[in-house]
Every structure is written in structure tokens, then in C-alpha cells.
Design a protein around this ligand. Structure first.
Ligand code: ADP
Ligand code: MG
Length: 467
């Protein structure tokens, strides 16, 4: 039970959050604060440092993968043959190369897990079980890596509450500046004065303040304007002029996708045409189509194979990346293999609770867990099995957290998912700048599978300082 004093304090903190623009829309159109936590996540310092140091090699890996169109086609075309959405995306490619530069704004998501390991057999006592804290990658988002604005604002609020003796000190976090600097760098590199950034949006965006905050910062820091359009509007309002994409009479230097990763964004045929128009221009796309495809779950799964990964990175980097990967298989690997020494059906029924089943989709709410997996599998045709990825469920460490969701406060047993933002600019595949850009923490009740902030499951959070 909260005392009246605690309740007043929480209401005041919620008003402070609103003042800073930490806002979102509810499905019914009401405006509320974005969910946030008042319990900064305490994590192991060396794991925190390991995670931050992995951003640069992961970005480099994604640039190399995205440049290898044969590799992408080899792994994705068989899935596109049975998945109309992927097929349509792949058909957006233009035959001509119109763009030399790539800007990657990515977010690499992890959980911290405590795993039990047998102690070295040669030492004494030989069968001692040790617990180790390890990083486990959930996924790397190459398209629409959201929350750089809201999480920066929340970090400022947490710092204020520390100074007012109401919270522990948190680790400084400012992805907003780094992401906006990267946009400005790319726009200046494009070399046309008075050019703009095109922000591709969904029709009914609930997380609009995260986007408007970026736009405002880009304007205030660099006087660069942003034009917001849906894919359909680009088709109706955009045109090509000497290779440049022109919208509202302005040349578009950078096109930043906060849409175009789900089938819903392509309901109208015009949206597909809009996507193709951008692709055919020389605008710097964040991300370009190949980079978006490189973030597919199938590509994540195939890169967990050492022999595949080593085609893209050095031996030393490969060892560091492999350590963070959970086990991943395609569903057909499981149903066709005798590796498990029992029938696939028995293996699945015994292991469903330890896996997450993922289709080739982004944006949350698409995955299947535990009994849902067993229910779904009989309806998946044999030729569709290769499009589904079975990923080992990561058992994240738990902690107590005070969660503020739509004006209500509740203390829950939670897990925290930590993302590292990365920005990387490359010209003809050669990396020019590559930076770690800060973190995102999303804290959610332990018993919730999916983690959407806008869906109301997860709360934005900061990491507690180590001292
Ligand atoms: P999406 O592209 O839809 O965001 P994700 O792979 O990020 O898909 O999964 C959505 C959410 O599901 C994650 O944010 C995480 O909370 C949970 N999740 C995904 N994979 C795992 C896993 N292997 N173990 C535990 N939770 C997971
Ligand atoms: Mg995700």
C-alpha cells in the first residue's frame, strides 16, 4: 500500500514526465505519459561494458551483410516464395544502383541471463555448478529503432529525481544527440543546401512524440527541416528530379523509415509504389532495403552459425559475437532432424516452454510462446516451416520495479531488456563513422512475453550507476 505522501510524489513525477514530452497516445486516442519505471535497473558492470563495446562490430557486420546481395537472396528468396510480404519487399529493389551512402541507425536488444555452468572438470571440486551472468541477444533492429527521444528525456527526469534525493544515480544516456548528429552528418554529406529529411510514418502512430522530438532537435541544433509522409503520400506527392527525390518542392537528402516494416503499412498498392519511388532515387535511406532485409529473423538465425559468421567478421570478433547468441533453428531443421534422438513431435512438446517461435515480422506482437507454439505448428505447412525461427527462450534475471503505466503505479517482479543504439555511416560499403549511441532499457513484468512500450507492457527505464 502506498501512503498519501507516496501517491502525491508519484503523481508529481508523472506531471514532470509530461512536461518533458514523455508522452504517447492510447488506442482510443487519449493522450497519456509513456510508461516508465522508477526503479533504475542495476546490472553487472562488466556485462554493461561488454554490451557497449559490441555496438561497433555489430554495425560493421550489418553493413557487410547488407552489401552481400547474393547472400541475402540465397537465404531470403526461398522464404519470399511462400511469404507475400517478404516477396513484395524484395520486389521494391531497383535494378540500377542509385545510392552510394548508407546510414544505419540500429538498436541491438539483449537480456542479461544467469546461467548455470559446470565448473572446470579438472579443478577441485570437479562437479561444482557455477552461476555466470551473460549477455544474450534478442534481436538487432535495423529498421525503425525507436525511443531515442523518449529515453533521453526519461534519463533527464531520472537525473533530476536523483538530485532531489528521490532516486539512485543513473548512467547518463543521450541517444537523441547521437542520432540527430548522424542525420545531420548524412544530410550534409548529400551536399544539397536546403535539403530536408523525409520521415516515413504510419497512418495512426501512437509513438509520435518520439518522432516529433527527433525532428525538433534536428531543427534546433542544425536548422534542418523534416517532412512527414506515409508511403502512400510519397507516391502521390513525391517525384524524381535528376535522380533526387523531391517532396513538397524540397530535395530529400535522407529518408528515415518509421514505417514500412509490417504488411499493414502496404495495404494500399500506392504504398508499394511510394517505397519503389524512394528506392529509385539517390536519397540516403535509413535503412536501405538491403539493410532492412539484413535485419530479418532468418538472417539473424543463419549468422549464429560460426562458419557463416566468419565470412563477415574476423576470428576475434566472431568469438565475441557468438558468445551473445541464443540457440536458433528454423522450424524445418527441428522437424527434419534426428539430432534430438526422439521424434520431433515429442521434442517439441517437451521443449515448447523453452523456445519462442518467430515468423519473419517486425514491430512486436508476432511471436508465439509455449502452448501457443504447439497449437500453431499443425497449421504450418511443410514448405512454410523454413520461414519460422525457433529461438531459445532467454531466462532473464529478475528484479523488483515500480512501474508507472497510464497514471497508475504498481510494483512488480520484472525483467529488463537493454538495447544499445548504434549509428554507422558507410560509403560504397566502406565505414566512415561508427559509434555507440547510448542505451534503451525496457522493464516489464516477468510473466509478460512481448515487450511493447506503446502496447503498455514495458516501461522505459535507465541503468543505475555502478558506484
Ligand atoms: P519484434 O521484431 O517483433 O520486436 P523480437 O524478436 O524483438 O521481435 O521479440 C519481441 C519481444 O519478445 C522482445 O522484445 C522480448 O521481450 C521477447 N522475446 C523475443 N525473443 C525472446 C527470447 N529468445 N527469449 C525471451 N524473450 C524474447
Ligand atoms: Mg524487437
Amino acid at each position: 500500500m502506498q501512503t498519501q505522501e507516496q501517491k502525491d510524489l508519484i503523481q508529481n513525477v508523472i506531471e514532470q514526465a509530461k512536461l518533458r514530452g514523455i508522452m504517447k497516445y492510447l488506442p482510443n486516442g487519449e493522450l497519456t505519459h509513456a510508461p516508465f519505471s522508477l526503479s533504475p535497473y542495476s546490472m553487472n558492470q562488466s556485462v554493461f561494458e561488454e554490451m557497449a563495446e559490441l555496438t561497433i562490430p555489430f554495425s560493421e557486420l550489418m553493413i557487410r551483410v547488407s552489401r552481400n546481395t547474393d547472400f541475402l537472396a540465397h537465404h531470403l528468396e526461398p522464404i519470399a516464395a511462400i511469404d507475400p510480404f517478404l516477396k513484395m519487399l524484395m520486389e521494391c529493389r531497383s535494378n540500377e544502383i542509385t545510392q552510394n551512402c548508407q546510414l544505419l541507425v540500429q538498436r541491438n536488444d539483449f537480456f542479461i541471463a544467469n546461467i548455470k555452468q559446470n565448473h572446470d572438470k579438472n579443478s577441485y571440486p570437479s562437479n561444482e555448478i557455477q552461476e555466470r551472468t551473460v549477455l544474450r541477444q534478442v534481436e538487432l533492429n535495423t529498421v525503425s529503432a525507436s525511443f531515442p527521444f523518449l529515453i533521453t528525456k526519461l534519463n533527464q527526469l531520472h537525473k533530476q529525481l536523483f538530485e532531489q534525493n528521490e532516486l539512485p544515480r543513473v548512467i547518463k544516456n543521450n541517444p537523441l544527440d547521437a542520432v540527430v548528429d548522424a542525420f545531420a552528418y548524412a544530410i550534409q554529406n548529400y551536399g544539397i543546401s536546403d535539403s530536408v529529411m523525409l520521415l516515413i510514418v504510419q497512418n495512426d502512430e501512437k509513438n509520435i512524440f518520439d518522432q516529433l522530438g527527433l525532428e525538433l532537435h534536428l531543427w534546433e541544433k542544425y536548422k534542418i527541416a523534416t517532412v512527414r509522409k506515409t508511403l502512400t503520400e510519397i507516391y502521390t506527392d513525391g517525384k524524381l528530379n535528376q535522380g533526387h527525390l523531391v517532396v513538397n518542392g524540397k530535395i530529400v537528402a535522407v529518408t528515415y523509415y518509421r514505417a514500412g516494416y509490417t504488411p499493414y503499412d502496404f495495404h494500399a498498392q500506392e504504398a508499394f509504389k511510394g517505397r519503389k519511388l524512394v528506392e529509385a532515387s539517390s536519397t540516403i535511406q535509413v535503412p536501405d532495403l538491403e539493410m532492412q532485409l539484413s535485419g530479418m529473423k532468418k538472417i539473424q538465425q543463419i549468422l549464429t552459425k560460426k562458419e557463416v559468421l566468419s565470412d563477415f567478421v574476423s576470428e576475434d570478433i566472431s568469438v565475441r559475437l557468438l558468445k551473445t547468441f541464443a540457440k536458433m533453428h528454423t522450424l524445418d531443421e527441428i522437424t527434419n532432424t534426428s539430432e534430438f534422438q526422439i521424434s520431433p513431435a515429442k521434442w517439441l512438446s517437451e521443449n515448447a516452454d523453452d523456445y519462442v517461435l518467430k515468423p519473419q515480422r517486425e514491430g512486436g506482437g508476432n511471436n508465439f510462446y509455449g502452448s501457443e507454439i504447439l497449437k500453431l505448428i499443425p497449421s504450418i505447412k511443410k514448405e512454410e516451416q523454413k520461414a519460422f525461427i525457433m529461438m531459445e527462450k532467454i531466462k532473464a534475471e529478475t528484479h523488483s520495479s515500480l512501474q508507472l503505466v497510464n497514471g497508475q503505479a504498481e510494483t512488480l517482479n520484472c525483467v529488463s531488456e537493454i538495447g544499445r543504439f548504434g549509428v554507422c555511416f558507410a560509403e560504397k560499403g566502406e565505414v566512415k563513422t561508427n559509434l555507440d549511441a547510448g542505451y534503451l532499457v525496457r522493464t516489464k513484468a516477468k510473466n509478460k512475453n512481448e515487450g511493447g512500450v506503446c502496447a503498455g507492457f514495458s516501461c522505459l527505464n535507465s541503468i543505475a550507476d555502478f558506484d
